[in-house]
Design a protein. Structure first.
Length: 254
């Protein structure tokens, strides 16, 4: 499958996954285009998925579990990061003893990490690689640490569950994602709109394609979840990049 967007960050690679637990895998290496200066800052847009990320900075490796983000943040980069590997998990997958609800807009660092291993839930694990991330995830599943509620992914994709009350659905979505159905759809709609705007689609067309009421509605969503205006997405500032954008299976609607 092709990337949803051209890579903006030198040395960034990302790919989708066939795993029912993994949405996407990405890596950042030092192999950027020759002569291309590293970005000075990254706008981390709102994101309804949680992820596990390992990165090396000045020779020191860190690993953290990073929760969904309901608002954009600006992260200074300045070329300090040497390398990174990230595993973005699908809606409905969560760590049994680390509820996603407690990770919204925050992260938890591993208490100990080396260049090859890190500690999670009291046990030592090998840091996954870009090509074998699914093997690492399978090990988490077999150990009983990573679980999945398939109803959550189905509901967010627009399916109507049978024999499950709306209140029960709401509880299960919140337990597995840390967010409400409405919040996830708003975030995903904003991310899809940002992708279209970056590709050069006119704002008026984005309103129709993604399901906003009008252009002021689109503008408010961009400010709330992306932190940039439509014109800024179409003509980004020098030295600034957006965090990884990709389309999920979550249904979006007003």
């Amino acid at each position: 499958m092709a990337h949803d967007l051209p890579d903006d960050v030198p040395g960034l690679d990302h790919r989708p996954s066939d795993s029912p637990y993994v949405e996407r895998v990405y890596q950042v290496t030092e192999d950027g285009a020759p002569g291309t200066p590293p970005p000075e800052r990254m706008v981390s847009v709102a994101n309804s998925n949680w992820e596990l990320i390992a990165w090396t900075e000045d020779g020191v490796t860190n690993v953290s579990v990073r929760g969904p983000e309901t608002r954009p943040t600006v992260v200074p980069i300045g070329g300090a990061m040497d390398a990174a590997i990230g595993v973005v998990f699908r809606h409905g997958a969560y760590l049994r003893n680390l509820p996603v609800a407690g990770l919204v807009d925050t992260s938890v660092m591993s208490p100990h990490a080396t260049s090859r291993t890190f500690v999670l839930e009291g046990d030592e694990w090998e840091i996954p690689g870009y090509e074998n991330a699914e093997t690492f995830v399978d090990r988490l599943v077999r150990a009983g640490l990573l679980v999945r509620d398939p109803l959550v992914a189905d509901v967010l994709a627009g399916d109507t569950p049978l024999l499950v009350t709306p209140r029960s659905v709401q509880r299960r979505v919140a337990a597995a994602t840390g967010l409400t159905q409405g919040a996830i759809r708003q975030i995903e709609r904003a991310r899809q709109a940002a992708m279209l705007l970056r590709q050069g689609t006119a704002a008026a067309d984005v309103v129709h394609l993604v399901g906003y009421h009008d252009q002021p509605h689109l503008a408010r969503s961009m400010a709330r979840f992306v932190g940039r205006k439509a014109t800024q997405l179409q003509r980004p500032a020098p030295g600034e990049v957006l965090s990884l954008l990709y389309k999920t299976d979550a249904e979006v609607r007003p």
